[in-house]
Every structure is written in structure tokens, then in C-alpha cells.
Design a protein around this ligand. Structure first.
Ligand code: NAP
Length: 291
């Protein structure tokens, strides 16, 4: 169906700096088109100094919704009317809904990651999940995982950040979260009893494509491994996981489902995830990233 832009067309956008390589415009435009919704999605490069004006512009122009990416995920909270519990706890917003000038901030990264696991046949209920990293993405995933798993272990190169995150989550969700240092020794011990391993560090990301945060000999076939890095689409960690017969879930799945959750917040319609995934894969291929 051809898209006709007219007087009733609503606008969604991603704001960040930089934004030109974002996969969100193609993913969401494909979804709006698939469902025949009169909405377009564009990217706006917004500098730190321009953030407050951009948000007030979104409000007065009646934008339907926004995605927010680096470096604005935390600062944007100051300009919103409300934030949901995940965004508040994490201190970061990646999705905004505009309801007649009232802006509500959400964080869909954690839900996106956990839905990605489920959609790939991994039920997090009654499992032990080990997450590597304590940065922005790890925080969002840990916040959601703490509500779904039995035991959560956060391992980070800078252990203090993992400890602080564990303390925050234990206060909210009971004492099931441990935060400590990311080392081969700790990994060996924790992975012996783990069901799910999530890499939320940037280790393995292009151009560092031969690196993995986990020594290959610590991976076993009964582990499910999700690497949230999606460039390359198959990281060294995923290659190692597959070679021992473990289930491997790619970062593209998380990207897809965080987008699907945002789409549903804006439209109240189930997201056409297959169409969104094809659009994202085509865009990545254009950027030279191929399965
Ligand atoms: N698939 C998706 O939808 C999705 C969404 C968001 C992000 N991502 C990807 O996830 C990765 C992390 O993003 P982020 O926003 O969370 O970044 P971030 O806030 O900068 O955090 C980076 C994390 O990686 C760790 N790290 C960096 N280099 C390391 C190394 N050499 N050894 C061990 N740990 C290292 C950092 O540890 P320290 O604390 O010790 O520095 C920190 O925990 C990026 O590759 C990003 O592209 C994917």
C-alpha cells in the first residue's frame, strides 16, 4: 500500500546525536505501512543544548511519539510530565508517548530483551540469569529480568557498578540479585549453575569482532546465550555458543522487540514484527552488516 502524507498524518521521531545510522526509522515506517496507519517516522539530530527545545517542540507540534537515544536517554527525563516505573528506576527513557501534550517516558529495552528470549523459546521463569555489564542497556535488562527470574547475577568490569545495581534491584525485588566483578574465575563458577547468559557489554562489537567477554570453554550446550551486540549480527560469543550446541539469540531480536513494545505504546496495535525485522535486516545489509 502506498503511503499518502496528508493533513492527518501523525509523526513519530527518534532524537539523538548521532542518529543517522539508526534502524528505527525503517523498522517503524515498515510497520506503519503494513498496518495502513497514517503515521511517519523520522530522525532528528538533536544536540545536548537543543534537547529541552526539541521536547517542547514535540509537545507543541503534536508529535505522536519519540524514541530517545544517546546521549539524551537520562537528561530527557527532566522535560517529561511522567515516567513509568522502569524508566524511573533505571534513570533512562527510550520511548515517549504524547497524549494531548502530556509526555510520558518509558524504557522498552528491558522488556524487549526479555520478550526476545521468550520469542526464541527461552522461558525466564525459575531460571538463573547471568548478565555481563552494568551500563545503560544492562541496567534496563537487569531491571526487567529481576522481576522474571529466580536468581540474577550481574558481572561487570568495574565491580562497583554491578554492586550498586544489585543493591538497587534487591531493594525493589527481594534478595535475588548479586553484583560482582567480571573475571574468568567468577564466570566459571557462576556459569556452572546458570540457565541464561546475556552479554550487555560492548565487547565483540565492530570493529572488535574477534573478542568475546566469555572464554569459549566455559560455554555448555544447556546454556542459552543472548548477545545484545548486533553489529556484527553473529558475534564471537554467539559463534562459540553455537559451536557447543547452546541456543544463541542475537541482539537484533532485542532491538526488534524494544521497537515492537514502543510501537504498541504509540498505536495500541500489535507490532508486525516480521515486517520490522526484514526492514532492519535490509538496512543493516545496506550498512554492510550481514548474517
Ligand atoms: N540490541 C539492542 O537493542 C541494544 C540496545 C542497547 C545497546 N546495545 C548494545 O549494547 C552494548 C552496550 O551498550 P550500553 O548503552 O549499555 O553501553 P554503556 O552504557 O557504555 O556500557 C558499556 C558496558 O560495557 C562494559 N565494557 C566496555 N568495554 C569492556 C571491556 N573491554 N571489557 C569488559 N567490559 C567492557 C562496560 O563496563 P565498565 O562499566 O567497566 O566500563 C559497561 O558495563 C553496545 O554494544 C550497544 O550497541 C544493544
Amino acid at each position: 500500500m502506498n503511503m499518502i502524507i496528508n493533513g492527518k498524518t501523525r509523526v513519530c521521531a527518534i532524537i539523538g546525536d548521532p542518529v543517522e545510522h539508526s534502524l528505527s526509522p525503517v523498522m517503524h515506517n515498515a510497520a506503519f505501512k503494513e498496518l495502513g496507519l497514517n503515521v511517519v517516522y523520522v530522525a532528528f539530530n538533536v544536540t545536548r543544548n537543543g534537547l529541552e527545545d526539541a521536547i517542547s517542540g514535540a509537545r507543541s507540534l503534536g508529535l505522536l511519539g519519540l524514541n530517545v537515544t544517546m546521549p539524551h536517554k537520562s537528561a530527557v527525563i527532566n522535560y517529561l510530565d511522567e515516567t513509568d516505573s522502569a524508566a524511573k528506576a533505571i534513570g533512562a527513557v527510550n520511548t515517549i508517548l504524547n497524549e494531548r501534550g502530556k509526555l510520558t517516558g518509558y524504557n522498552t529495552d528491558g522488556k524487549g530483551a526479555m520478550i526476545a528470549l521468550q520469542e526464541n523459546g527461552v522461558d525466564p521463569d525459575e531460571t538463573k540469569l547471568v548478565i555481563l555489564g552494568a551500563g545503560g542497556a544492562a541496567k534496563a535488562i537487569a531491571f526487567q529480568a529481576a522481576q522474571e527470574v529466580d536468581e540474577l547475577v550481574i558481572l561487570n568490569r568495574t565491580p562497583q557498578k554491578a554492586e550498586q545495581l544489585a543493591e538497587l534491584l534487591n531493594k525493589q525485588f527481594g534478595n535475588k540479585v548479586k553484583g560482582t566483578t567480571l573475571s574468568a574465575e567468577v564466570l566459571k563458577k557462576e556459569l556452572e549453575t546458570a540457565d541464561i547468559l546475556v552479554n550487555a557489554t560492548s565487547v565483540g562489537m565492530n570493529p572488535d569482532v574477534n573478542s568475546s567477554p566469555v572464554p569459549a570453554n566455559l560455554l555448555t550446550s544447556d546454556l542459552c546465550v543472548m548477545d545484545i551486540v548486533y553489529n556484527p549480527l553473529e558475534t564471537q560469543l554467539m559463534k562459540d555458543a553455537k559451536s557447543v550446541g547452546a541456543k544463541a539469540v542475537s541482539g537484533l531480536e532485542m532491538l526488534l522487540y524494544q521497537g515492537a513494545v514502543a510501537f504498541e505504546i504509540w498505536t495500541n496495535c500489535p507490532a508486525p514484527v516480521d515486517v520490522m525485522k526484514d526492514a532492519a535486516l535490509n538496512k543493516l545489509a545496506e550498512q554492510g552488516v550481514r548474517p
